[in-house]
Structure formats: C-alpha cells, structure tokens
Write a protein that binds this ligand. Structure first.
Ligand code: ZN
Length: 492
C-alpha cells in the first residue's frame, strides 16, 4: 500500500484514488522567462518519480503540468511588472517569443534529466476564458470584489465560511505582517486580499478583454482553472515546491472553495528546497546555477561539468521532503556513486548463471524486490531504494568474482529488479560507456557468449582454426577473453 505525506493533514496517508485504477495529478510548472535552474530540477524529478511509480503500480495517470506564461508578477507574484512582459521588453521580443524560447529550453533540460513529459501541458495564456469563468463564479458567490477594473479575493469574507491558511499553517494576522506594502494596495480592502484579475496599465503588453477591464488573470488563478478543467472538480494529487505553499497553493485552495464550495485536491505534496553551499538560492548570492551551466561546468561555483544523470542521482539520494545542499564536492561524490551503480548494473547484465544459487545470494534475491517496493510505498523513499540496490552489489560481485553462484531464474529476477527500480522508477539512464539500453546490452552479451560457446565447442572438437579465429577476431575488436576451468569470462 502506497503511503504519501499530505501537506494538508501533515500525516502520511494511505493513497486511495477517487476513481479506481486512475490518478489525476497536477504539478505547478515553470514560469518561462529564463533558463531552468536547480530549483526547477527538484520538483520535476520528484513528481516524475511519483508519476513513474504510480504507473508501475498499474494506475492510469493523467499528469498535468502547466506552463506559466502570463500574470506572474515580480513582487509576491501579485504586484509589479509581469516577468515575461519584462523580459520581452528588455530583449525587444514578442512575449510569446520569450515563452516559446524558454519553453523549448525547459523541455530540452527535462529530456536531459530523463523527466517524462506530462500527459497535458496547458499554457495559462491559452485558458483565459476558463479563468474569467472561474473568477465570475467567485464573484457570484460573494467572495470577491471589483475595484478599479481589477478583481480581488475578499479573504476576510472567505475566512468566515472556510478555513484560510490551513495548508501553510498561517492565520490572517501572520499574513498581514508578511504582506508588503506595494502599489495596487490602495485598491484592496485588506493587504492580504489577492488579485484574481488585474486591469492592465497602458504600458502592459499582455492583456485580454473581460467583464471588468482589459487586463490579465492573477497568477494563482491559472492552476485552479486548468486543474479543474483537465482533472475535474475533485482530483487526487497536487504537487509543487514548498515555496509555492504560500501564497500560491493557499490561494488555489481558497479560489476552488469560493467557486465550487469545496476543496478540489485530496493530497497536497511538496518537495523541500535546495540550498547551494549552505545558502538559499537568490540573486544576491549569485548562485542561480542553471541546468545548462551544470552540464557545461560554466559557473564559478562549479569545479567541473556534471552530467544530467549525476544531478538526478544526487537529488534522488535524498528524500524529497528533506533539504538538499548542493556543492561541487557533494556532486563529485554523487558522480562516483552513480558510476559505481552503473558499473554494478553492467556487471549484473553480464553474469553467468550456474545450476543453483548460493544461500546468502538466494536470500538477497528473494527479498530485494519487496524491500524496494516497501521503500517506495513509504512516501517515495528513493534514498532507501538506492542503498538497497548498492547492498545487493555484494551478491553481484561475489558471483562475478567466481566466489558464489546464481541460478538462471534468480539471475533473471535480480536483473529485473534492477531494471525496474533503477531504470524505470528512479529513471536513471546509463551514461558514457554504460549507455545504450539494457536490451541492447543483453542482446550484445548474448551474441558474444554465443560466439565464445561456439569457440568452446570448436576447441572440444580440436578445430583449432575456428577456435583461434573467433578468439583473435574478438581480441581485435577489443575483447579480453580468459579461459576458466568451468568455461570462459570476457570483458571489453
Ligand atoms: Zn500553480
């Protein structure tokens, strides 16, 4: 039984989907005005892990991850210039050119990290009609007000009927002290009211007609409107980074309750944040290392380039709810760990089976799959899965060194557990010399084994010409062949 930590109840809860066999899952995607950095990699990998595991468990998953391309303003998401419009102004581009450019680059980075594409990737700017309808419902229910062409959520009125601040554990007083005084505040009844629709100022380039003004939706609105459009008025999982809990997700909950009369999400999941050399990522620290910079090593905080799978492995080595601190040293350690994992897997694929399995190895094989599944069932404990796979390396090396034996059936099971958990669920992709999919590796290993068996038979028949020819030609291709009492061994 899969247990996931629900940020709303603050408990690990057994996962029960609304519709048997199906899961609806929404994850807040990027605001596409710059290159993706580490802060983007963590939620993408966390929810990719969840998506892959739910699929492994047999669920049909509809995974929606949006693209924010309008309405995400500079300050507290709700005030200041639109991030995309600002980039477009600075670069003298059409806003949609900025959106397309960074969306393409985001996809490229996600592909490098082996993050599977979502089932639906809706753009906020493509769902203005749905957002206007959603705002109208909130107004009709009396939980919002129009002020100077903008529409604001009436948080105090809302809080009389529904709990507000439950997700982030804040009350209205905390929120008042947290809210900065910015322009637009004088339009609001209270500083904690947030924008559902903003009237566009004359210089604002992205705007649409609405019943209230020529303007644009507030940032929080897109996820409420698109989540319910594609997943229904009640759906299973909503995810994102912990930094989105407030105000973004709290606002989403309020909007849904105000429009529909109930919460839409059953399980709220949040990944923890990443620090770099112990510091929060921030402009003042100059530590926004983009993924591209990690891949090329082109940043003063990096000693060398790091491959996408090193980044993925590093993130998966920690539980998604713990903080992760990035440093070049920690990444170098992860790189070594991932290399060791790949070498072990490559060795496993080349092991020779014997008639039976030695007892200690049999124990490892018998329990490994269930242990890995138990770890994943425990709120996606990828950290434990990785250490379990490393523990099984002992059995693999014992057989490899000729100090133990494994039967064909057990070998197949051990290879299948590794393939399932390391490749399919953790989503690690073999790199460099270990690259090529394992199907090819298995076929290639089979072909070399077959040639060496033919050579063995030729030797038994004293057909030295054939046996030498196979040996010499394989050697010329770079294979090292060692004859052993019970057969042969080869490496490339
Ligand atoms: Zn969102």
């Amino acid at each position: 039984m899969l247990y996931i930590y629900n940020s709303l109840s603050r408990f690990k809860e057994p996962f029960k989907p609304i519709h048997e066999g199906h899961v609806g899952m929404y994850v807040c995607g990027p605001t596409v005005y710059g290159d993706a950095h580490l802060g983007h990699a963590r939620p993408a990998i966390t929810f990719d892990l969840l998506y892959r595991y739910l699929t492994y468990l047999g669920y049909k998953v509809r995974y929606v991850r949006n693209i924010t391309d309008v309405g995400h303003l500079e300050h507290d998401a709700d005030e200041g210039e639109d991030k995309i419009a600002k980039k477009a102004r600075l670069e003298q581009l059409e806003p949609m050119e900025v959106v397309q450019y960074y969306t393409n680059r985001y996809h490229h980075d996600m592909e490098a990290l082996n993050v599977l594409p979502p089932s639906i990737e809706p753009h906020a700017s493509g769902h203005i009609i749905e957002q206007i309808a959603f705002i109208q419902q909130i107004l009709d229910h009396g939980y919002a007000y129009v002020s100077n062409g903008s529409v604001y959520m009436d948080v105090e009125r809302f809080a009389q009927d529904f709990p507000y601040g439950k997700l982030s554990g804040r009350n209205l007083n905390d929120i008042v002290t947290d809210t900065r005084e910015l322009d637009g505040q004088e339009e609001k009844k209270h500083s904690y009211d947030f924008a559902l629709w903003k009237k566009a100022s004359p210089e604002h380039i992205m705007h649409w007609p609405s019943p209230w003004s020529e303007g644009f939706p507030g940032w929080h609105m897109e996820c409420s409107a698109m989540g319910t459009k594609y997943l229904g008025e009640r759906f299973d999982i909503h995810g994102g980074g912990m930094d989105l809990m407030f105000p973004h997700h709290e606002a989403e909950i309020a909007q849904s309750c105000a429009a529909l009369g109930h919460e839409t999400v059953n399980y709220w999941m949040h990944n923890n944040m990443i620090t770099i050399n112990g510091k929060k990522m921030g402009k003042s620290y100059n530590n926004f290392i983009t993924l591209e910079q990690f891949f090329t090593g082109d940043h003063e905080l990096l000693t060398k380039p790091f491959s996408p799978m090193t980044i993925r492995f590093f993130i998966l080595q920690a539980h998604y709810r713990s903080t992760v601190d990035f440093s070049s040293e920690a990444l170098e350690a992860a790189e070594k760990g991932f290399l060791r994992m790949q070498e072990t897997y490559a060795r496993l694929l080349k092991l020779q089976a014997s008639a039976e399995t030695q007892e200690t190895i049999a124990k490892t094989v018998a329990s490994l799959r269930q242990q890995c599944q138990d770890a994943m069932d425990d709120d996606l404990n990828s950290q434990v899965v990785i250490s379990l796979l490393f523990d099984s390396a002992h059995a693999i090396n014992t057989v490899h060194d000729g100090k133990g034996t494994i039967s064909a059936e057990d070998l197949k099971e051990l290879q299948s557990v590794w393939k399932t958990f390391a490749i399919d669920i953790l989503g690690l992709r073999l790199e460099g010399e270990n690259a090529g999919n394992e199907q090819t590796t298995a076929a290639y290993k089979g072909a070399v084994d077959l040639l060496l068996q033919l050579r063995q038979e030729a030797k038994e028949q004293k057909n030295w010409a054939t046996s030498d020819r196979i040996r010499n030609q394989l050697a010329a291709l770079g294979f090292q062949i060692k004859d052993r009492k019970d057969g042969f061994e080869w490496t490339l």
